[in-house]
Every structure is written in structure tokens, then in C-alpha cells.
Design a protein around this ligand. Structure first.
Ligand code: TEU
Ligand code: CA
Length: 555
């Protein structure tokens, strides 16, 4: 594929649609309440039926699960609850046989504190792997600086054995690796080759911009205290490390990489993904999933023009050498239909289709999160005991137990933003525990599984809509490589844009509201054929859009 469309080099990963699996919550094959690799293998036909090209598997490695696998104890072992390396190989082989590639999660900013490297590192100041982590002596009876953990509390923990502090930008059970040490980098490249040699097709890289730390370890500048990620990301050697990683680990393989650009501003993105630099293929930018977050990170109502602005910026800031990744949900976010759509019984299906249309007709590689193709919704949390997520539990400790917020304020915020909304088990059936497990699920299944489940995936279903969109995208390169033009960036309820190449021209109209919206077709811009719509087609093609209507025209 070395030809060029609309100025872009064609690449398989630009044309792919990705489906993210959170294995703990996908399908439990042995009744222990925890999803597993054999469960995933059995459900591959569900994924194949959508027509996706790539699976991103959230961490499947040995872990004590302080952060559900984002704290890795052994990078070459499969998490015992998920199965064995043979189960992994079976998933990989079967996925490949179905024409689906598999990328795995690379979590190498930090390890678990139970990783053998850290166990040894904390043993003594002169232990073999002491310098695999970031140790400093305290200052004035406290930690080396004022950095805070993304999960709340200080980013340094004093270790009793030597009295030194180690850095953890997340939980104390997730000590940060010291990438200044070449031995650490070589360990990482070796473990990457281990999985590449098995046949995996690439990596999603967890908080990858955090790997290089400014060695001065200065206190946080005032303006970054509320969002320290903008200090932790983009350290002085991050691009050097990523180029080295490409050379040492990735270059012999045909891979796809997508980095989580947490703490990266839109202006900084090209430095990570410009194809001439040899770093990452794509990054996840946080613009779309932060439209409903205030300066303090708590929930605020979002506005459609802010969401549009994310894509307007993207079109301006990324040239033909850069390729975007598009997502509205993942294992760290609430459910797409509850957040951006309307999850009432009247509008849930229609609005889920509006969001699916946006995801799959936008420029960039789309990432679907498991369950969104069923229109799964947020969970109705009513008590702290219902949360598993370390972020929620720490927030409770920091916000409620210290008296800053009431329990009901805490719950109101978490009911909007909790990461556990995404982590409740897949709703396969209307039966007990949504057919996810025959045992007791590790996290409660949403009670609405009686209505929202994978039993009816036929005509009119959200699942069928995703499959149709994926097919449309696959058969029209303008929906992949075409220019993106927002026709009314300020309209508060209607999202209208074109995707065009010299050969093709699509117009997408999305009504983000329950009321009707008129759209003025410009004179030189007649309503063309409606190629997809989530209502019966209007008679002349130009009638007002009905509540949460989605239409794709080919002009
Ligand atoms: O996420 C980093 C990150 O940006 C989130 O922790 C975010 O701050 C949080 O979801 C609050 O909105 C990655 C993983 O995706 C996440 O699951 C891990 O917990 C985290 O890194 C640590 O590995
Ligand atoms: Ca299981």
C-alpha cells in the first residue's frame, strides 16, 4: 500500500477500525466471575460481525490488580485469572484467522511494586536494580518535591527500608520506572520484542509521554498544580526515547502504535506522530473526553461547539504527515450514550447511532469501546461500596473523608465521570448477570441488561448500525482520508460536516437534540442521496432533522 490518497500515504492502520476489550469485563468462560481469554476467544464472532480490523486488548499480564492490570508484575506472564499463555496464543491465532489484528497494552511508565525489579530495588541502596526506579532523599522532613499523584495524594512514598522516597505518578503500588537508565530501556524493548515475536500487531502505550522526567525535579509551577500531567508529560528526552524504541523494538515488524497523550497539548502532538520523525503512529488526545470537565477536573455540562472545536483544531494542527485517532470512550470514561447522547428509553438507540456515526465518519482511526455497540449506559451508583476503581476510592478518601465534598456531591460527580461505568460487565443476555458469568461477577452488571443486551443484533439494532457504518467506511476512502469541513462550528445542536476527496463528497448531519432542526442546504449544495439514516428516509431529502437523527448524504 504505497499509494497516496488526498495527500496521505495509505497505511492499513489508517484504514482500520479498532475495538477495545477490557478482558476482565468481556466474557467469563469458567464461572469465577472474571472475564478471561478463553471467554474472549469464544466471543470473537461478535467482534468479527461488526467488521472491525483490530482488537486492542487492555492489559492481560500478571498483576496484583491495584489498578486492574495497569500495574504489571511480570510482563511475560498472563494474568492467572485470565488464563495461560496458550489461551493467549489461541486468541491471537483465531483473531488472525478471522482477519483481525491484535494490539496489546504497553504499560511501561511504571510497574507494579510487586514486580521483581522493584522488590529488589527497594531492598537496599546498592541493590542491582536500585536505579530501575526513581529514588530521592527527602527534603525538610518531607518528600523531594510537591508533585501529586494523578490518583490523589503525594507522588512520593517514603520507603521504610532505606528511608528514601520513590516516585509514583499514579498509585503507590505503581512505582515509575527510571528511563534515564539504559538497562530499563533495554528491558522494555526486549519485552516488546517478546510479544511482537509472538505475532502481536502493535501496542497501545499507556501514559507514554510521562516516561522522561526532568531530572531537576522542581516543584509544580503554580498554573499546573490542578493538572500536573502537563508537567509530567513531555520531559526533555521523551522524543529521543520514542525514536530509540522505534529503532530498537518496532522497526523490524509491521506494527501499529497508539500512545495515550495524557498531558500533551494539541500543539505538541505533531512531535509525537509526524511520520517523518519515527516515533508513534497515532496518539489519543483528550479533547473530546474533557469537554465536560471543569478546571478542577470535576464534571460540568458540555456544549456541542466545544466538541466540534476539538475536530476543527485537529484538522488545522495535523498536516498530511500526521494521522489522528478518534475515540469517545474507553475503560477510563463513562459510557458514550450517557455522556454525549440521551440514555432515556425514548432516545437511547437513536442517540447511540448519532455518536457511532460521528465516530466512524470522522477523520482518523476510530476506536470503539466494548459495549458501546450495544448502547450500554452508565451504571446507577448509589453508594461508595459499589465502586472498584482505585481513582474513585482515592477520590472518596480525598474529597469526602476530609470534608471537602458531601457524599451526595461525590456520587453526583462519579455518576457522571466514574471509570467504573465502562468496566461493568458486557451485557450479553437479558438473563442473570447479563450472561457474562454463571458465577458472581467481579463488578455488578447494570440492571438494565434486561433490555440492553446482545440478544438482538439484527436490523435496526445499534450493533447493525455500527456494522453498516464500518462497511460504508471501508468502501469509501473519502470517509477515511477525505478533508473534514465543519459547516456550522457554532450551532449548539446540529453537527454538520463534509468529508471530501476529489472523487467523493459526503455530507453528515447529526442532530444532538430531541427537537427538530432545520438545515439550510446552500444553493450550490443540493441534498444528495441519503446513504444511511437512523430514521426512514425523508421524501425529498431536505426535511428538518428529527430528534437525534443521523443522516449521511453522498453528494
Ligand atoms: O490512564 C492515564 C489517565 O489519564 C487516567 O488515569 C485518567 O487520569 C483517569 O482516567 C481519570 O480520568 C492510563 C490508563 O488508561 C488507566 O486505566 C490507568 O489507570 C493509568 O494510565 C495508570 O496506568
Ligand atoms: Ca473467568
Amino acid at each position: 500500500m504505497d499509494d497516496v490518497i488526498n495527500g496521505y500515504h495509505r497505511r492499513w492502520w489508517k484504514e482500520a477500525v479498532v475495538y477495545q476489550i477490557y478482558p476482565r469485563s468481556f466474557y467469563d468462560s469458567n464461572g469465577d466471575g472474571v472475564g478471561d481469554l478463553e471467554g474472549l476467544r469464544r466471543k470473537l464472532p461478535h467482534i468479527k460481525g461488526l467488521g472491525v480490523d483490530v482488537i486492542w486488548l487492555s492489559p492481560h499480564f500478571d498483576s496484583p490488580n491495584a489498578d486492574n492490570g495497569y500495574d504489571i508484575r511480570d510482563y511475560r506472564k498472563v494474568m492467572a485469572e485470565f488464563g495461560t499463555i496458550d489461551d493467549f496464543d489461541a486468541v491471537l491465532t483465531e483473531a488472525h484467522a478471522l482477519g483481525i489484528r491484535l494490539i496489546v497494552d504497553l504499560v511501561v511508565n511504571h510497574t507494579s511494586d510487586e514486580h521483581a525489579w522493584f522488590v529488589d530495588s527497594r531492598r537496599a541502596r546498592d541493590s542491582d536494580t536500585r536505579d530501575y526506579y526513581i529514588w530521592h532523599s527527602g527534603k525538610d522532613g518531607g518528600p523531594p518535591n510537591d508533585w501529586t499523584s494523578i490518583f490523589g495524594g503525594p507522588a512520593w512514598t517514603k520507603d521504610a527500608t532505606t528511608g528514601d522516597y520513590y516516585l509514583h505518578l499514579f498509585d503507590p503500588k505503581q512505582p515509575d520506572l527510571n528511563w534515564e537508565n539504559p538497562a530499563v530501556r533495554n528491558e522494555v524493548y526486549a519485552l516488546m520484542r517478546f510479544w511482537l515475536d509472538k505475532g502481536v500487531d502493535g501496542f497501545r502505550m499507556d501514559v507514554i509521554p510521562f516516561i522522561s522526567k526532568d531530572q531537576e525535579f522542581l516543584d509544580l509551577p503554580e498554573q499546573h498544580v490542578a493538572k500536573p500531567q502537563f508537567v509530567y508529560a513531555n520531559g526533555p528526552r521523551v522524543h529521543e526515547f520514542l525514536q530509540e524504541m522505534r529503532r530498537e523494538a518496532l522497526s523490524p515488524y509491521d506494527t501499529m502504535t497508539v500512545g495515550e497523550a495524557f498531558g500533551v497539548t494539541p500543539q505538541q502532538v505533531p512531535d509525537f506522530i509526524d511520520e517523518r520523525r519515527g516515533e508513534l503512529d497515532m496518539v489519543f488526545q483528550f479533547g473530546a473526553v474533557e469537554v465536560d470537565r471543569g478546571a478542577d477536573g470535576r464534571w460540568v455540562p458540555w456544549k456541542l461547539p466545544d466538541l466540534k472545536a476539538v475536530f476543527g483544531r485537529q484538522e488545522k494542527q495535523l498536516d498530511r504527515h500526521c494521522w489522528p485517532a478518534v475515540f469517545f470512550s474507553n475503560h477510563d470514561n463513562p459510557r458514550i450514550v450517557s455522556r454525549y447522547g440521551d440514555d432515556s428509553s425514548q432516545w437511547r438507540v437513536k442517540s447511540a447511532k448519532v455518536m457511532a456515526t460521528l465516530l466512524l465518519t470522522m477523520k482518523g482511526t476510530p476506536f470503539i469501546y466494548q459495549g458501546d455497540e450495544l448502547g450500554m449506559t452508565n451504571f446507577p451508583f448509589s453508594d461508595i461500596s459499589q465502586f472498584d476503581d482505585i481513582w474513585a476510592r482515592n477520590a472518596y478518601r480525598d474529597e469526602v473523608e476530609n470534608g471537602e465534598y458531601s457524599v451526595s456531591d461525590f456520587l453526583a460527580n462519579q455518576n457522571r465521570l466514574s471509570r467504573d461505568h465502562a468496566r461493568t460487565p458486557m451485557q450479553w443476555t437479558a438473563g442473570a448477570h447479563g450472561g457474562f458469568t454463571t458465577g458472581t461477577p467481579w463488578l455488578a452488571v447494570n440492571p438494565n441488561t434486561s433490555e440492553i443486551n446482545a440478544e438482538n443484533l439484527g436490523e435496526g439494532s445499534i450493533y447493525a448500525w455500527y456494522a453498516d457504518l464500518i462497511h460504508l467506511r471501508r468502501t469509501h476512502t473519502a470517509l477515511v482520508y477525505g478533508d473534514y469541513l465543519d459547516l456550522m462550528p457554532d450551532h449548539p445542536r446540529l453537527f454538520a460536516y463534509r468529508r471530501t476527496t476529489e472523487a467523493e463528497d459526503f455530507l453528515i448531519l447529526l442532530n444532538f437534540d430531541a427537537g427538530d432542526q432545520t438545515f439550510q442546504f446552500p444553493m450550490n449544495f443540493p441534498p444528495g442521496n441519503i446513504v444511511m439514516g437512523n430514521y426512514p428516509a425523508p421524501t425529498n431529502g431536505a426535511e428538518p432533522l428529527r430528534g437525534w437523527e443521523a443522516r449521511i448524504y453522498r453528494l
